[in-house]
Structures are given as structure tokens and as C-alpha cells.
Design a protein around this ligand. Sequence first.
Ligand SMILES: [Zn+2]
Length: 272
Amino acid sequence: MITATASAAAAAAAVLAVSARWNWWRPKVGGLASLMYHKVGDHPPGSKIEKLWVTAKDFRRQMEWLKSRGYATLTFTELKNAEDGKSPMPARPALVTFDDGYANNYELAFPILAEMGMKGNIFLVWDTVGRHNAWHDPAGEPWLRMLTWGQVGEMQRSGVIEFGSHTVTHRNLAEISLEDVAWEARESKKRLEEKLGRGVLGFAYPYGAGAFVPEVRRCAREAGYRYDFSIKQGITPIPWDPASGPMMRLLIRGDDTMVDFHLNMTRGRARL
Ligand SMILES: [Zn+2]
């Protein structure tokens, strides 16, 4: 009897533990799933933020999951056209986004997206294109090669990748003056548009900072971006009302399982 009670208690504890780790019990939500990636590949020795590295194998598996479930991966322009009624809104729209603009996005993610006929969007940091991730402390994340303008141009011409802004310098927008916030948002948009020869619709707040500080967000949005992206976990309702807050995203972690991926895509989050 004691054994039966104990094992029932153990089973209940196990269910609770699993339910805390994987949020299968959350209601399913529809809307726009914006997946947030950073680095694709095997994390280098010495990386203290290895969870932000997703292996090429996992990335391919995740893209296959999207494709097999009928998700349409869009560029910012395709999303805008659908919102503006110039094209139909897909039943399951998704944005595959990459923050910062690492060379590994070109080397590993771009060929997979191109091969599978899917689309992605990369947020560039103007000052670091062709250089390295200067905003990281090399003690926590080694210097990494960033995309070159040649790679950016090739990806844009392919139609597979569209580019957004992640500011000029990757400063924390919640810690600088509003004048500097306005400059980061406006100047990066202007320079990217001149360089790329097309409009830049998307903006991602470095570290997600300031996305929910009304005056910071106002400064960023006044630069004229159609879409601004936070790092708040969730699926964004569509049609999206900018007044409701910045776009939410789904952080895809290197230690996620496909169960996590499934829960992210259907519930807006996998973990508590
Ligand atoms: Zn960043």
C-alpha cells in the first residue's frame, strides 16, 4: 500500500516535472510565428552563450518541420504585401529571423533555406558587417566573422533572404539617450537602404532592450520601420496592430528538442 501510494506520488511528481519543462497544457494559439535565431553551427570552445547556437542539423530539421506542417516562411516584404491585401495571407505564416548577421548564417542557414524553397530575414548591425561581433565580451563569446557585403548582396539577389536593421552599433537602447536611439534607428535604416537599394522594413532591438519602454520604442518606430521585433516569447496575433506592442518572437535554443519546437510553434512557448 505504502509502495503503491509512493509510486503514485512519484508518477504525479514526474507528470508535474514534465509539465513544467514542456508546456503541452497551454492552449494552442494562431498568428504569426517569428522564429529567432542567432548563430547556426557548432558552438566554438569558450562560448558561454552556447544556447544561442543551433546546429545546421537541428536547423534543417526545424525547417523540415515547418514545411511538412504547411507553414509559409515569408520575407518582411511578403508579409507586408499580404497585410496590405496585395497577396493572400498564408494560413500559417512564419518569419525565420536571425539577429546580428553572422557569417554562419550565409554558410549554413542560407543554403538550407534556398534548397528547401524557404525564406529568411537577417537583422544586420551596420558597423560590424565584414568585421566581427565587437559588442561581445570575447571572454564570453569568441570573436566571430560577420557577413560581408558580398554575402549580403548575394543573399538579397537570391530572393531567399531579406535584411532588416539591428542598429548601427548594437548598443543597448534602454541605456542611451533618446537622441542616440533615434540616430541608431534612423541612420541604420538610411545607410542600409542606400547600400541595398531597397526599403528596410524590419527592426530588431539589440538585447530586446527598450522594446517595451514607450519613449524608446517611439523613437525607434519614428524612423519609419513597418515592423519592430522584441525578444518577448510568443506568437503575434495577425493582423498586427503596432499600438499593441512590438512583434513577439520564439527563441530557438540550441538545447531545444523537437518537442520544444512543436510547443513553441503551437503554444508560443515551450518552457515556463
Ligand atoms: Zn543582437
